[in-house]
Structure formats: structure tokens, C-alpha cells
Design a protein around this ligand. Structure first.
Ligand SMILES: [Zn+2]
Length: 299
């Protein structure tokens, strides 16, 4: 069975064709590619671009279904997309309706859910069942896989870990609350911290270079930011007895500056038997996880 997986981001649309043989974890990735989203040209322009992509491959590969990851909340019942922070004019739209003329089953989910599902599928040899995929960029998203399936919660909005409170009355978050994880561990938050420390905003990539060159202040900023991520991960480990916590998104390039404080905190603050089972890692699969995850969607 051939499926098309599409990951819509604010900057790029990544896509790939995946052939599944019997089980979901028995697959072959046929092609992957990426085009610019050009979201500044508006929602309708981007939707036309997606329709063009689908039509280009639909018959050539005999595509049977399409899975799409979107950067926003997706209502499980209606399929409507809500609050996509980087695609504001997509708020409230229903992508299945917009794409109904392509005449194929279309499944739409939050992009972090697709990332997590893709990591699960790609790790087929590890015999894992429970995983959380956490994407860290301008915001923080996550997808939870329990017993091999996406955990949606009651209405489909589960695993919004970016808005778990890590500090009482802490930094202001985009959601209107104070002290959320996203207000400490996202790129936006880290750049804000750099402004307080250095008197001007420093891009995360530059801050990373400074940390690699041994700049103590830059190293400290990453420690503070990702220790907060550790607080949430320690809670998740104790609650869910996970096999894997995997990080993706732009900030996963920070590698040890991200992993070390998280691991240290989780080890110190979780039950030892549970900690010993969990792998805490950066994704090794690049854009493949989001694409394969989207292509694997079936509901
Ligand atoms: Zn928040």
C-alpha cells in the first residue's frame, strides 16, 4: 500500500511516499522531498501547492491515502485546525474539506504527533511500545505513543507539554499563562534569556557556537533552559514508564547542551528502576520521522 506523508511547516513542506507491506512497521521509503511553504502568500496559495503535490504523485505511485502533519491543534471529531502559531490564517480551517477534490482518504494530525509516530515506526528493531517525541523550536510540541498508538486524550488535544507549569508565577508564556515549559526551553525563551544576560538578543545558533567555545554565560543559559525540560521529563518518566524520550525540532541541534541537563535532572528526580529503562535521545532520522509518521496515520 502506497501512502503520501506530508509535513506542513511555516518554512517548508516536507513530503515523501512510503510503501507499507502488511504491518505499519514494515515499510519502504520511496522518495522524500521538500518545497518552500511560502506561507506569506496566504493559506489558499499553500493549499493549492499541496493539491499540486498530491496530483503530481497520486497516479504515478498509485497512492491510496494521504497523511498530513500540521503545526497546530487538530480537533479529533471535526478535524478542524486551531491556533497554529506560525500559520495564523489557518485557524479554524478543515484541511480534509479543503482537499476533498483529490478524492482520497486524508488524515490530519498535529505535527508533533506525526513526529512521535514516525520515531516509533522507524525504531521497529528496538521492540519499544511507549515513547514521547518532543519537538523544540520556536515553541514546544509533543506526541505520545502508548502501546504503539498515538494517545489523543478525550478530545484529541493531549500531550501539550509546552504548557505544563514548571515555575509558579514564572516567565510569561504565549498562551497567556505564566511559568510554562515553553517560556523557558523554547528558542524564543532562550533568546529572551540571552537578552537579559548580554543586553541584546542573540540567536540560538550563535549562542550554541558560544557555548561550544566555552562561553560560561551561554552554557549557563542552556543549563537553566533545559533543566526545566528535565522537570517535565522526570514527571513523564515516573508517570508513564516510557521506553524512549526523543527530541526533534530546530533546537535538537544543541545535542549535549540539551541532553546533559535533561538526563541529569531526570536521573536525580525519577524512580531508579523506571529511569534505568528509558532512553533519552536526539532524533537521528532528520525529516524522515515527520514524513513517515504522517504517512502512517490511519484515523
Ligand atoms: Zn503556556
Amino acid at each position: 500500500m502506497m501512502r503520501l506523508g506530508i509535513d506542513i511547516g511555516a518554512t517548508n513542506i516536507k513530503y515523501g511516499i512510503v510503501q507499507f507491506k502488511s504491518k505499519i512497521r514494515n515499510y519502504e521509503l520511496k522518495i522524500t522531498n521538500s518545497v518552500e511553504t511560502e506561507s506569506q502568500k496566504g493559506r489558499d496559495f499553500v493549499i493549492q501547492k499541496i493539491i499540486f503535490l498530491i496530483n503530481k504523485y497520486k497516479e504515478k505511485y498509485n497512492i491510496e491515502s494521504i497523511g498530513i502533519g500540521v503545526p497546530g491543534l487538530v480537533d479529533r471529531k471535526s478535524g478542524n485546525i486551531y491556533n497554529p502559531p506560525n500559520l495564523p490564517d489557518w485557524n479554524g480551517i478543515n484541511l480534509q474539506n479543503e482537499l476533498k477534490d483529490v478524492n482520497l482518504p486524508i488524515y490530519v494530525k498535529n505535527d508533533a504527533n506525526c513526529f512521535a509516530l514516525g520515531e516509533y515506526v522507524l525504531r521497529k528493531d528496538e521492540k519499544i511500545q511507549n515513547l514521547i517525541g518532543i519537538t523544540i523550536g520556536t515553541g514546544i510540541g509533543s506526541g505520545l505513543i502508548l502501546n504503539g498508538k498515538i494517545y489523543h486524550g478525550s478530545t484529541g488535544f493531549a500531550s501539550e507539554i509546552g504548557h505544563i507549569k514548571v515555575v509558579q508565577n514564572g516567565r510569561k508564556c504565549n498562551c497567556g499563562q505564566k511559568g510554562c515549559l515553553e517560556a523557558y526551553s523554547s528558542a524564543t525563551a532562550i533568546e529572551k534569556m540571552s537578552e537579559e544576560k548580554f543586553g541584546k538578543k542573540i540567536a540560538v545558533e550563535i549562542l550554541h557556537k558560544m557555548a561550544l567555545n566555552g562561553d560560561e554565560s551561554a552554557i549557563r543559559i542552556f543549563e537553566i533552559a533545559f533543566e526545566k525540560l528535565g522537570i517535565v521529563c522526570a514527571g513523564l518518566v515516573n508517570l508513564l514508564n516510557l521506553d524512549v524520550i526523543v527530541f526533534g525540532g530546530g533546537l535538537s541541534n544543541m545535542k549535549e547542551f540539551l541532553l546533559d541537563p535533561v538526563k541529569k535532572f531526570v536521573q536525580k528526580n525519577s524512580y531508579k528502576r523506571i529511569f534505568d529503562n528509558v532512553k533519552i535521545e536526539i532524533s537521528k532520522f532528520g525529516m524522515d520521522s515527520a514524513i513517515i509518521g504522517a504517512a502512517s496515520l490511519m484515523e
